[in-house]
Each structure stands twice: as structure tokens, then as C-alpha cells.
Design a protein around this ligand. Structure first.
Ligand code: GLC
Length: 806
């Protein structure tokens, strides 16, 4: 069953049936302010931190869901009938009102048609300003003059999620709201800097700043008393709960329309007045749309693909990059699943996110990498969850008072080794290498960066500490310890050992060596022979140790602290695991024969039409030596669901093996685009990867949950572009080494790299899956593609096939 479609031309997803089974979300804002919204404009807004600087409220996991939001009501003065510009909160029967929604890149548009009145509301946060614009057009599509009233509603928060949900006495009586000169301002009385405003491009005919006055006793957002009566109450008070509500009375002749702009932002009345002046000018509003469009066009134009796989094209060219970018921008704690209870950066997630989009967002990736380097301890492990402002030299010591950061006490707790996860910092090594390959900024490696626990050293030295930490933290067998968790939050091995981390360590060492060897051979001022020898030896040792992880047909997942192997032939539950097998191959540590056998076992045991399960069969017996995974419901999350994030590891692993048919088979299975017509099963939106899809052991097999904020966005993008299409920047050349299904006859990619454009056509006349016969650069055969002059455009033709003698 379908609820909508991809509008490729406009890069929008169009929701034609707004009564989707779960919220279908979008993210507004690309700088410090963000709004998470759904297909009926429910959602919330924050500045920098969804926990410490919440601007509006959201009652997460509540009944009815997704309230409050950014609501506009219409009321017919003659009939007294009322409805909302989005289906919810009034919720008129869908047979009576025609509602639809278009989620676009950093904006959403909502349409309604009811009783000859047509409306469009567009929500967006423009570049350069911390304000949510509600751009509302209402048109009288009938033949009679109509008298209408428009009411707005949003609910302010008291800044911190905790004070909003737990102890009202410390916030409710310290904040007040009032109206003056067309601006509603909510402020904390004795804490300047914590104001919010709501204003509009018109003089309102009424207002409310108190939530309960607008809604009325025992009313909800569905039937606010002010709307029922057709009159706001003019409420204002020191203390209490606050809202932004304006009333506007309109007379619309037949065919007439009017455009009104509502503005919600952080800042005081003065700022509100400035913003009102700016965006009362409709040209400025339209200009902000063009600016955002250019912003995304520029990012998207850094890589565009044209392959025989439609879903791959639509997602990679727009939606997966969008998802990956949103993860780098806002990290992981702002969604309808995580509604602001955590803040800061997760070490491993951010490190992986930063690896995937340096071509489209080098500045943000660089910033994230620096923040992670500063949150590395001198011993070489990263702080699992940290607030970047703790270590930011540009933030003054009084940061603890800033409304946007985690209290300092937390900082001391997260420093302890017991808090460390074994994989966290390892992800950062390839991210740094990827950043350097993309940008060519070798000087970055010499930049001095502080450590979380004092002292400073270069980026390059930080990388060595990371590798050394994993080298130290090994068990008797030489396999890396699992510590609090490895990539899998629910595999809590402590002193037990993790196959995944061992392979990841091997990968990080290989990445580091590629960089170090280049620096030694080609760059000035690098005398690092000693390092190269040390890490080559370390790599050999790790590879040797990893051989113990082989178990007849696949790699085990780890060893408990009591010496029991996890994921063996003898296991009835948790028999085969995706992470260790994919990483054995992807890291290059697996012997070729074993690698292919391991991935065959993955297909045999873990493949489903919705993607690869993380493990199988599900655990049904609690075993604390393995970890929390054995307590999760079978088929959900880490316990045998199709956990999306590691799926692209398997696509990449298949490409390492040269099996493009399997890589794309696995890609297509997970690809949300291909589930657009199965929403009765999937339920979640088809334009973003979800964290997981319920596995075979669950009665709701195939149902997807937790959209947008998942590492699968970045990794799906990375695996498609770097491995399947095989276009990878190297230290000073651009490698093209695809691994595709034999039946693909050709594909094309436009790739910007270091400010030159490469228009690549790959031809596959012999129907091979891997292997390059020749490369033509602007008509001349070359052995590699060098970095070309900035601003130039080049044609590349790659012919796949076996090498010929001629
Ligand atoms: C969640 C976490 C991530 C972890 C994954 C698997 O997505 O954000 O850090 O790796 O679950 O447990």
C-alpha cells in the first residue's frame, strides 16, 4: 500500500495520505536551530541542544501522538465551522478535507482544501537566522465572499527538558510571557538570554500568551476554546505555561488570496522586531527559499549518479545524502524517539557520520573530527558521550552556565576508563584519512589539538594513541577486549573479547599506514619510518590473532570473559552475526577463501527481503556474559532485527570480494525506496533509512522503526559511492574501481573532487562485476586520474572487463 510518492524533479516526497501509520518526519534548519516535524506539522524546535535549549514543547510517546506542533486553525465566521491547515490537530475526517504534505530539503509544505478554501503552509528555517518561518497562504477558491479567522498555536518550553517534565516549581514560576508591539515574548525573569519570541507580518486582531487560556479548561489542541469562540483572550502572566497565539480576521473575496508570515525564534522582543521587519518583506522570504535551495543544490551537485537501479539513484542523489548530512549536523538525539533526554555527541556515531560526507560538507566534518580529537584521552580512548563545548578553546570557562551544555559534573564521570567503549575512537582514524583524501589538507595532520585529560599533540599523534589503546586492551588470545560495549551497544563483554573490534583495529591500522606511507614518501617533513614499521608489525599481529576467530564456515562474534565463544556452529541462538563477518572481509583481514565462505553464511542465515539481520536466530535466554542483547525482545533492535547500520558493511564486504550482484541484492533489500508500496508492512517513511526493521522472530516482521537518526544514512551513502560505484579519492588521485552486477551495462557519475568536476561514464560491455580494462581521461588513456586544476571539467570513460593483451 502506498501513501505517497517521490517527486524527483522537486526533490520532495509527497504524502498524499496524511494518516500514515507512524509519524513521517523531516528536519528543518542546517545551522544551530532545528525543528523536527511530521506530516501534520507536529513536532518541536531547539537551539543547539534539544535537551538544554528547547524552544518548544513536545509530549513524546503521548496520546494523541505528536503534539504540540506548529498549528494554524481556520474558522468560518458565518458557519462557526473550524479546521486546521494540517490534518491534525483538529483531525477533520479525511473524506471531507483534502490534505497533503510535501517534505523537501529543509522545508515542508502542507496543503489543505476544504469548503472552497485552499491553504498552503510552508515551514522552514532560513540560512543565517534562528527563526522558524510559517509561511501561510489562504485562498478563497469559491464564488462567494468569505469571512475567516486564522489562529496560530505553538507551546513554549522552559528551555530545559528536565524542568519541563519533572519539577515545574523551578521553571513555571520563573518565566513569564506577554505581548507588545506585535511580538509575544517569553522570558525567564532573572536569566537574560533565555527569551523566545513569536511574531508575524501583520497586526494581530487578538493574541494569547498563556496556553491554558487559549485552549480552555479540559480542551486540547483539537478544539481550542479561543477557536471555538472566535476570539483570543489576550492572556499574559508572570509564571504559568506559555504559548504563541495570534488571531487574524480576514475577508476574502471570491478568488482572493492572502499570504501571512508567522515567525518563531529564540531571542528577545528586540530581536523579534528585527526579524518581523525582515520577513514581513515577502521578497526576503522567497529569497531565503532560493538560498536554501542553492545550499542543497551545491551539496548534491558534488556527487550525482545515474545507474540502472532507480531506487539507488533517487536515494543517493537526494535522500541518503540529506539523511547523512542531518546526522552530521544534529547528531543523534533529536527525533520523535529521542525527544531531548540526551545531548552532546556520541563518539562512535559522530566519528562514522563525519567519515561519510567530507565531499559535501568538509567544514562540518572537520569541525566534528576536531571535537572528537579533543574528547580523546591521552590513553587513546574517546569519551563515549560528551559535550563539545567542554573542550572548545573558544568557549569561555564559564560555559557551565550556558543554557546549551551539559553540567560539568557529567564531564568528570565520563572520563573514567570503565565508561569507555572499545570501538569508539577507532572509527576516527579512517574518518581523518577520508577527510585528508577528500580535501588534500595534509597540514591538518600537524595541527595541535588538546586531549580531554590535559596536554596536547598533533592530529597525527592522536591517531597513534587510538591504535595503541586497542593494542593494549587485548585479552589472552590477543583479540581486543569488548569493554563496556563495542559498536553493538547491547553486547557488553567487559573483559571478554570482540571480533568486530579486532577487525576494526586492523582496518584502522591499514588506513593509518596508507596515510603514513604516503607522508613518508611524498610529503615534506615527515620522518616516520619508525611508525610505519611499528604499525606494520601491529597489523600483522592483529591479523594473525584474528585467525582464531574462524569457526568452520564463519567468524564468531566474540568470546565471553569466561572463555565461551559467541556465534558458533554449536550455538542455537545468536549463531551467526553480521558485524564480525562483514568486518573480517571489509577490513581485509580475512583470507580470500574464508571471506567468501563467511559472506555466504551471512546470506544463508541472515538474508531477508528487508535486508540482513544483525544476528540469527534471536536470543531468548538471558545471558549477562553476552550482554543486554539477550534481554531485548526477539526480532527487535540488536536482538535479530534487520539492524540497518551494518547492512552497508556487508555491501562493501561483497565488493571487496568482487561480488557486485550480491552487493546490490543486499542494497535493494534494505532500500526504503523499494518499500514505498509496502507501507502496510514497513509503516515508517520510505525516504529515510530507519534504525531497524523487525526481524523474522517478531510477529511484525518487516516493520521499520526509528527513522533519520541512524548511522545507516552515512554508511549507505559511503558504501554505494565508494564501494559499489567504487569512486574513491586517494591521497593524490581519484580511484574508480566499481563492483556492480554483471547485467549493468553502464552507469554515470558526476563527482566534484578538490574543486574540479569529473564526469565519469563506466561501460561494462563484457558484463563483469569487477575489474578495469582501461581509463580514458579527456580522451587519453591513463593509469590513474590525477587531481586536476580547480574549476575545470573532465570527461572520464572507464571500461570494465578483463585485461587484454593488446
Ligand atoms: C544505536 C547507537 C549506536 C550503536 C547502535 C548499535 O544506533 O546510536 O552507537 O552503534 O545502536 O547498538
Amino acid at each position: 500500500m502506498e501513501y505517497g510518492f517521490f517527486d524527483e524533479k522537486n526533490r520532495e516526497y509527497v504524502i498524499e495520505r496524511v494518516d500514515v501509520p507512524v509519524s513521517w518526519t523531516n528536519y528543518l534548519g542546517v545551522e544551530d536551530t532545528c525543528a523536527v516535524i511530521n506530516q501534520t506539522a507536529g513536532g518541536y524546535m531547539f537551539h543547539k541542544s534539544p535537551e538544554y535549549h528547547r524552544m518548544t514543547r513536545f509530549r513524546g510517546n503521548a496520546v494523541p501522538m505528536d503534539r504540540p506542533g506548529f498549528d494554524l486553525y481556520l474558522r468560518d465566521t458565518q458557519t462557526k465551522d473550524y479546521w486546521s491547515a494540517t490534518w491534525q490537530p483538529v483531525g477533520k475526517p479525511l473524506e471531507q478535507v483534502d490534505y497533503s504534505c510535501r517534505h523537501g530539503l529543509s522545508y515542508s509544505r502542507y496543503f489543505s482544501r476544504y469548503a472552497d478554501i485552499e491553504t498552503e503552509m510552508r515551514l522552514t528555517i532560513p540560512l543565517g537566522e534562528d527563526v522558524l518561518l510559517w509561511d501561510f497562504t489562504v485562498e478563497n477558491a469559491g464564488s462567494q465572499m468569505r469571512e475567516l479567522q486564522i489562529f496560530s498555536f505553538c507551546e513554549f518550553s522552559f528551555h530545559g527538558v528536565a524542568s519541563d517534565n519533572q519539577n515545574f516549581q523551578m521553571s513555571m514560576y520563573c518565566a513569564g510571557a506577554g505581548y507588545q508591539d506585535g511580538v509575544i515574548e517569553q522570558k525567564m525573569f532573572y536569566e537574560p538570554g533565555k527569551e523566545q519570541y513569536f511574531t508575524a507580518s501583520f497586526r494581530p486582531d487578538g493574541y494569547d500568551t498563556l496556553r491554558d487560556s487559549f485552549l480552555g479548561l479540559y480542551h486540547t489542541e483539537q478544539n481550542p476554546e479561543a477557536v471555538l469562540k472566535g476570539q483570543c483572550t489576550g492572556s499574559a502572566e508572570a509564571g504559568n505555561n506559555h504559548c504563541g497565539s495570534f488571531q487574524k480576521n480576514l475577508k476574502l473575496e471570491a478568488g482572493e488570496s492572502i499570504r501571512l508570515i508567522f515567525m518563531l525564534g529564540s531571542g528577545n522582543r528586540k530581536k523579534g522586531l528585527r526579524i518581523r521587519e525582515k520577513y514581513s518583506n515577502l521578497n526576503r522570504v522567497d529569497q531565503s527559499y532560493r538560498e536554501l535551495r542553492d545550499y542543497w543544490d551545491d551539496k548534491l551537485s558534488s556527487l550525482q549518479i545515474q545507474t540502472p537501479d532507480k531506487g539507488m539513484n533517487v536515494l543517493t542523489n537526494t535522500w541518503t545524502l540529506y539523511q547523512a548530512e542531518i546526522n552530521v549536523m544534529f547528531s543523534r538525539f533529536a527525533s520523535f524517539i529521542e525527544v531531548g533526554g540526551r545531548t552532546g555527541l556520541g563518539y562512535r556515531d559522530t566519528a562514522q557520520d563525519a567519515m561519510c560526507v567530507p565531499h559535501s560538507n568538509p567544514e562540518k566534518c572537520r569541525q566534528r573530527i576536531l571535537q572528537l580529537l579533543r574528547a580523546l584521552t591521552t590513553r587513546g580512548y574517546g569519551l563515549h558521550l560528551f559535550e563539545p563545548e567542554w573542550f572548545d578553546p573558544d568557549v569561555k570557562p564559564e560555559y557551565a552556565d550556558s543554557p546549551t551544555v551539559v553540567p560539568t559534573a557529567e564531564k568528570d564521570r565520563v572520563h573514567k576508563l570503565e565508561q569507555a567503549c572499545s570501538d569508539d575512537a577507532l572509527w576516527l582514524v579512517p574518518s581523518i584519512v577520508e577527510y585528508v583524501k577528500e580535501t588534500g589538507e595534509m597540514e591538518f595532520l600537524k595541527e595541535k589539538v588538546t586531549y580531554a585529560d590535559g596536554g596536547e599533540d598533533t592530529v597525527y599523534e592522536h591517531m597513534k594513541r587510538i591504535l595503541d589503546f586497542s593494542h593494549e586492551q587485548v585479552g589472552k588470545t590477543g583479540i581486543c577486549k569488548g569493554l563496556r560495549a563495542d559498536w553493538n551497544d547491547c553486547l557488553n563483554l567487559g573483559g571478554g573479547e570482540s571480533a568486530l573490534v579486532t577487525f576494526l583495529h586492523y582496518w584502522a591500522i591499514s588506513n593509518f599506514l596508507e596515510l603514513a606511507e604516503y607522508l613518508q614518501d611524498k610529503a615534506e617533513g615527515w620522518e616516520i619510518d619508525g611508525d610505519i614499521k611499528k604499525y606494520r608489525d601491529m597489523g600483522k599481529q592483529v591479523k594473525k590473532a584474528s585467525e582464531q576467530l574462524w569457526d568452520k564456515e564463519w567468524y564468531i562474534r566474540g568470546i565471553t570473559k569466561n572463555g565461551k565463544s559467541i556465534g558458533t556452529m554449536e550455538d542455537e541462538q545468536g549463531k551467526v552475526h553480521l558485524e564480525s563477518n562483514a568486518w573480517a572481509v571489509l577490513s581485509g583481514a580475512a583470507e580470500p577463501g574464508r571471506g567468501a565462505a563467511a559472506m555466504d553464511s551471512v546470506e544463508k542465515w541472515l538474508y531477508t527481503p528487508y535486508g540482513l539481520q544483525l544476528n540469527a536466530p534471536a536470543y531468548t535466554k538471558r545471558d549477562d556474559d553476552i550482554g543486554f542483547v539477550t534481554r531485548v525482545c526477539p526480532g527487535l533492535k540488536e536482538n535479530a532485527s534487520v539492524f540497518s547500520h551494518p547492512n552497508p558493511w556487508a555491501w562493501a564486504a561483497e565488493c571487496v570480494l568482487g561480488r557486485g550482484d550480491k552487493a546490490v541484492k543486499f542494497y535493494d533489500a534494505l532500500c526504503p525506496y523499494y518499500q514505498n508500496d509496502k507501507i502496510e508492512i514497513r509503516e515508517a517513511e520510505p525516504y529515510s533509512y530507519c534504525q531497524f526493521i523487525m526481524g523474522k522472530d517478531h510477529e511484525c516482521y518487516g516493520r521499520a522503526r526509528h527513522p533519520f537518526m541512524t548511522g545507516s544514512g552515512g554508511w549507505a551513502y559511503f558504501a554505494v559511492t565508494h564501494y559499489i560505484l567504487g569512486i574513491r579519492p586517494e591521497m593524490d588521485s581519484l580511484l574508480i574501481d566499481p563492483c556492480i552486477p554483471g547485467e549493468w551495462k553502464e552507469f554515470a557519475v558526476k563527482r566534484r573532487w578538490r574543486n574540479a568536476e569529473y564526469q565519469i561514464r563506466v561501460e561494462n560491455p563484457d558484463g563483469v562485476m569487477k575489474g578495469i580494462r582501461s581509463v580514458l581521461l579527456d580522451g587519453k588513456e591513463v593509469s590513474e586520474i590525477p587531481q586536476m586544476k580547480e574549476g575545470t571539467v573532465h570527461q572520464i570513460i572507464v571500461r570494465m572487463g578483463g585485461k587484454t593483451d593488446d
